[in-house]
Ligand binder design. Structure first.
Ligand code: HEM
Length: 782
């Protein structure tokens, strides 16, 4: 502790006087001008000394007491000099209210003390001003509210924390103890669970040091020596309390950076756990904003304008027409990179149902409208049946698995996956039982919200994912099983990152790879998921019984074990194909169905009359018993609502990119072998020549005049041809059972204060179109 600290920590005004006299002597010669209150209409106050102002009259440990005394003499608005710093004090209810409420603008800025200025540097919310403060305050408020502030969710957290605190108190068995620390920890845990997304144990050294350092710093800020430092910063830089304050501040910053790093590693933008997650997502979104994309594009343009790139122009009349491309950039500048399917839809109006677009140097032939897509994928299934792996998935899958592979390996993996998933119940009674069982777990999860608004993402993703897990690994997981939840979260994050504008640019210009943070992240998530799958495989291998396969992994392992010596070298049943097929089934089977189900609940909330009609049909046909898949034919309206949800939600707007397997002349256009082809499913599902009201939610699209269900040819959300969705029958069964059972059990409505009209149907950016973040209330009917 420094000498001045010793002086200042002592309450004796004699020692204070000593220290201040030194200051006085040193500075009496310097010229300091006080704007005395005598001039003008400035608030009155005690006469200040040069430099010291009114410091000698103030009780520096409890200045508020002296100020209270002064208000009796000088009134409710008076001036006091803390050293040379002029402070206007407002006293009494009427004055404080008049200033802070009636003159909110004039009195609304923060005055950061010297020590806080050094510590916060104008950032954050407590000591900042201007636009930065405004934005941080608004963001913090909305997010803390989202994470429960002032609501039921927060009440539950407080009650839970209170139980922990009670346990600590009980440990003292009525003996005397200091409650400061446990109470600090308990209170701090509430804010931790909102900020970091989780509470800490009271013996977690990271947590306790964070809380202890914060409390010590708050104490230091109020110490007399730091108050003197705030007034004379040029003189007292060396005081020990200031040094300690800054050292503790730096230690807390370091620890926070580490906590942020961990949160970033497991970040899932669809499932923000707390304020830090929400902030990171907001930051990431800004970084991939059109402005930064534009900068990347300008750099690309500059680098490449000098290099020679060859576009095969469509002047050769036989090739499909399209907008004229720029060198290197192609038509990128004309495309909405966040929602390219919208621009492609516009182009189709001008260039017809088969047209060419250049994504950078990559030529893509787009197929638009029901007739054209069907003709290509079904009538010319061989020619259009290859997959076009984008750069990122090429690196990710390396030609293995089923989703992004081609040739014999794809054929064998697809056949084996289809056959085995059917064996494990896909589209049959066995899987119906699994879905019903899982649906009841979901109902229990939703009931926990007790009718309060909640984000549907997490429970629905876990539920849907468990169906594919029970077919692939042979068993479901508990919703709080860390291995499971991290597998789901990493998978969803990967799919979302794959659809981000920066990864799309990377697919076109792979040499920018090193700069694309999202690419690195995808590879990191892949490595983590592979590691986890290896653990699951090895456990399954240890308990394998070839006569009783539990799921796809068992069947694959048995098939691999049964390979005879000469087959082994040429077989596609190798570890890489096992790993990738499992990863593909998990991803394709989770994000798609879960997104569709979330759309269905959102649409029911937005259109309560339709929800009521579904509910009435369910009540009259089923009553309260469990819905079975065979009930579908007797529930035409409900079935139409599910179809219409899939049609409007349009979750895979350009399907998954295809590629021509050979040269083909299609509708009079020549398309070279190896050309990328986008079957624009949006243009089929919203085809104006096929649907009566293509852009509105209208279940009548699937009903005849007698209210009977009618199939529609242009209903193609699972695509068509050789590459048609492998999990279609499973997905349709899931959607039917989940949707009907949920509507039997709950009434869905918007959060309090939000009207149905305000529910946003704009999809979130990503490879699979999910609804934008939202919350719903589910009030139990049973
Ligand atoms: C509502 C739910 C679903 C929708 C809308 C959907 C849609 C699609 C679409 C549009 C494709 C691309 C077809 C093409 O390339 O032309 C696809 C492929 C695929 N889907 Fe689904 N899907 C859903 C659920 C599932 C489920 C539950 C599984 C799990 C088994 C699954 C597994 C696959 C696989 C493995 C492929 C790749 C097929 C291949 O390339 O041969 N999907 N899906």
């Amino acid at each position: 502790m420094g000498i001045l600290d010793v002086f200042l920590q002592s309450s004796s005004s004699v020692s204070l006087l000593g220290a201040l006299a030194v200051l006085l002597l040193l500075y009496l010669v310097s010229s300091f001008s006080f704007s005395s209150q005598e001039d003008g209409n400035e608030p009155p106050g005690p006469k200040p000394l040069p430099i010291l102002g009114n410091l000698l009259q103030l009780d520096l440990k409890r200045p508020y007491n002296t100020l209270l005394q002064l208000s009796k003499k000088y009134g409710s608005v008076f001036t006091v000099y803390f050293g040379h710093k002029k402070v206007v004090v407002l006293a009494g209810y009427k004055t404080v209210k008049e200033a802070l409420v009636n003159h909110a603008e004039e009195f609304g800025d923060r005055d950061p003390m010297q020590i806080m200025d050094e510590h916060s540097k104008g950032h954050g919310v407590l000591w900042s001003n201007g636009d930065s403060w405004k934005e941080m305050r608004r963001f913090a408020l909305t997010n803390l509210r989202d994470f429960g502030m002032g609501k039921k969710a927060c009440e539950d957290k407080i009650i839970d924390e209170c139980d922990h605190l009670t346990e600590v108190f009980e440990k003292f068995k009525g003996e005397a103890f200091d409650p400061t620390q446990p109470m600090n920890y308990a209170v701090s845990n509430i804010i931790c669970s909102m900020v970091y997304g989780s509470r800490f144990e009271y013996d977690d050294p990271e947590f306790t040091s964070l809380v202890d350092r914060t409390n010590r710093n708050i104490q230091l800020v109020g110490s007399p020596s730091i108050q003197v430092y705030n007034v004379f910063p040029w003189f007292c830089k060396w005081i020990a309390n200031r040094k300690e304050f800054l050292r503790l501040g730096a230690a807390n910053k370091k620890l926070n950076l580490e906590l942020f790093r961990r949160l970033k590693e497991t970040l899932n933008p669809q499932m923000c756990r707390g304020f830090v997650d929400a902030f990171l997502v907001r930051k990431q979104n800004l970084e991939s904003s059109p402005v930064s994309l534009l900068v990347v594009l300008v750099v690309l343009l500059l680098v490449f304008l000098v290099s020679s790139s060859s576009f095969s122009y469509r002047e050769d009349l036989k090739e499909p027409p399209g907008p004229r491309p720029l060198p290197v950039l192609g038509n990128l500048l004309q495309l909405d990179l966040k929602r390219p399917y919208n621009t492609l839809l516009e182009f189709s109006k001008k260039y017809g149902s088969v047209f060419t677009v250049y994504f950078g140097p990559k030529k893509v032939v787009v197929l638009a409208g029901y007739k054209t897509v069907k003709e290509a994928l079904v009538n010319c299934a061989d020619e259009f049946g290859d997959r076009d792996p984008m750069q990122i998935v090429h690196e990710f899958s390396q030609g293995h698995g089923v989703l992004w592979s081609n040739g014999d390996s794809w054929k064998e993996m697809r056949r084996f996956a289809l056959m085995n998933l059917r064996d494990f119940g896909m589209g049959k009674k066995a899987s119906e039982d699994k879905i019903i069982d899982e649906c009841h777990h979901l109902i229990e999860e939703i009931k926990k919200f007790k009718g309060e608004a909640f984000d549907t993402t997490q429970p629905i993703y876990y539920t849907v994912s468990n169906i594919i897990c029970s077919m692939v690994y042979g068993s479901r997981f508990e919703f709080d099983d860390q291995e499971f939840t991290s597998l789901v979260e990493r998978t969803c994050k990967t799919i979302q990152l794959a659809g981000s504008p920066s990864v799309q640019l990377y697919n076109l210009f792979p040499w920018i790879g090193r700069w694309v943070a999202e690419r690195k992240e995808i590879m990191k998530l892949k490595a983590a998921n592979e590691k986890q799958n290896l653990r699951l495989f090895s456990h399954l291998k240890e308990t394998l019984n070839p006569q009783m396969c539990r799921g796809f992994v068992d069947a694959f392992l048995v098939r691999k074990l049964n390979l005879k010596e000469p087959e082994i070298t040429n077989s596609h049943f190798h570890n890489e194909n096992l790993m990738m097929t499992v990863i593909h089934l998990f991803a394709a089977g989770t994000d798609t169905t879960a997104a569709t189900l979330r759309w269905a609940l959102l649409l029911m909330t937005k259109y309560p009359n339709i929800q009521d009609q579904v509910r009435e049909e369910l009540s009259s046909v089923i009553g309260s018993r469990q819905v079975q898949i065979e009930d579908r034919t007797n529930l035409p309206f409900t079935n139409a609502v599910i179809h219409e949800t899939q049609r409007l939600a349009n979750i895979l707007p350009i399907a998954v990119p295809h590629r021509t397997r050979q040269d083909v002349t299609f509708q009079g256009h020549f398309i070279k072998k190896g050309t990328t082809v986008y079957p624009l499913l949006t243009s089929v599902l919203h085809d104006e020549s096929e649907w009566e009201s293509p852009h509105t939610f209208n279940p009548a699209h699937f009903l005849d005049k007698d209210g009977k269900f009618v199939k529609r040819d242009a209903f193609m959300p699972f695509s068509a041809g050789h590459r048609i969705c492998l999990g279609e029958s499973l997905a349709r069964m899931e959607l039917f059972i989940f949707f009907t059972t949920l509507l039997q059990h709950f009434r869905f409505s918007p959060p309090p204060g939000v009207s149905e009209d305000e529910l946003d149907l704009t999809p979130r950016v990503g490879f699979v179109l999910n609804p934008s973040p939202h919350k719903l209330c589910a009030v139990s009917r049973m």
